[in-house]
Design a protein around this ligand. Structure first.
Ligand code: KG4
Ligand code: ZN
Length: 337
């Protein structure tokens, strides 16, 4: 069974072809970093326009690389939300056109389910597991008890972890996206030189908050400009900030496992590409006897392989979940539960 995955929820135009749910034949990702970097963040209007210009070429490339023809496709899986509405509409309407023209069924996929199931592109994880989705738009903890059965345990109350990386990156004059740039800079810094605040919220809460940390970095930088903390370098600040984010993510993840009595962990989403986060999760999981899995970095950040994978599993579990292309709509806000 050949599934075409299509992802345009944010600033990656991506298409992939997946065979039988586990053999990836192609994975084309066309990012727009060059377009948005001069603005220090994503400009939604430009993202949507750029998807329109690229989407057909990206699909063609993915199908060609898979050694297939459009007419060989058995299913078209497309991100229907959450995301930037103008961007989502491009992928969704392209999928509708293909579905109608080729008479191939289509299925709408929640972008978060894509992230959550990306690990299945590499290995079969047994349910239940705790999934930490850390991306530019989300910081969510889920209990995944089966395909299609996800319970939200905690989420950020303000900035997403990736968003805080991007904002702090901008404050430090780093290029967009801030996450990889901060990780790189932090390698030369001492994260212990200054302890930035960790927001744990009320006792037992599995929610997150990163806006206070961001403000604390801003205040710190202003004070440094006025002559305080002058011995601290940008690299020290990047490392200290990164440590604060990682500490909270890991602590809450482990707390969720204990609370739900679940021993398997999946960390996914763009921020899961962060090396120190991966290391810290592995160490903490090991000491508690938990098993942690991470998609390869290329499957952590936005891609269409994960959408094809989630679409495949959705189709396999219930054919009634196929979408009617006349009524399927894009949704900027789309909860996963
Ligand atoms: O999952 P993703 O590609 O897009 C969304 O669904 O949001 O995540 C993008 C986010 C950005 O905020 C980016 O800065 C962050 O993931 N990110 C990282 C790293 N690579 C990407 N954050 C920390 N360390 C990284 N290595
Ligand atoms: Zn994403």
């Amino acid at each position: 069974m050949l599934v075409l995955g299509l992802e345009t929820s944010c600033d990656e135009t991506a298409a992939a072809v997946l065979k039988d749910g586990d053999t990836l034949l192609s994975n084309v990702i066309n990012d727009q970093i060059g377009i948005h970097s001069k603005y220090g963040g994503i400009v939604p209007e430009l993202a949507g326009r750029s998807h329109i210009e690229r989407v057909h070429r990206v699909i063609e490339e993915a199908v060609q690389e898979a050694g297939a023809e459009l007419t060989d496709l058995d299913l078209i899986a497309v991100t229907m939300g959450p995301g930037l509405i103008g961007s989502l509409l491009v992928g969704l309407n392209t999928a509708k056109g293909l579905s109608y023209g080729l008479n191939t069924p289509m299925i709408g996929v929640n972008h978060l389910e894509g992230h959550l199931l990306a690990i299945f592109l590499q290995k079969k994880i047994q349910f239940p597991f705790i999934a930490l989705i850390v991306s530019g738009g989300h910081t969510d903890l889920y209990l995944a008890s089966d395909f299609g059965h996800y319970k939200l345990l905690g989420r950020t109350r303000d900035d997403a972890a990736g968003e805080s990386f991007d904002k702090v990156g901008k404050m430090l004059g780093l290029p967009y996206p801030g996450g990889p740039a901060i990780e790189k800079l932090a390698q030369n810094g001492n994260g212990k030189a200054h302890k930035f605040p960790r927001a744990y919220l009320e006792k037992g809460s599995l929610d997150f908050s990163f806006s206070g940390l961001k403000t604390s970095v801003r205040t710190f930088l202003q004070q440094r400009e006025q002559g305080k903390h002058i011995t601290l370098t940008d690299a020290d600040i990047a490392a200290g900030f990164q440590e604060a984010v990682v500490d909270v993510l890991v602590d809450k993840l482990i707390a969720a496992c204990k609370k739900e009595n679940v021993s398997r962990i999946v960390v996914t989403g763009g921020v899961a590409a962060n090396g120190p986060l991966r290391e810290a999760v592995k160490t903490a999981a090991q000491s508690d006897g938990f098993e942690a899995s991470f998609p390869d970095k290329i499957f952590c950040t936005d891609n269409a392989a994960m959408i094809a994978c989630a679409g495949y599993h959705k189709f396999v579990r219930d054919k009634n979940l196929l979408a009617d292309f006349k009524t399927l709509d894009a949704k900027a806000n789309l909860p996963l539960e």
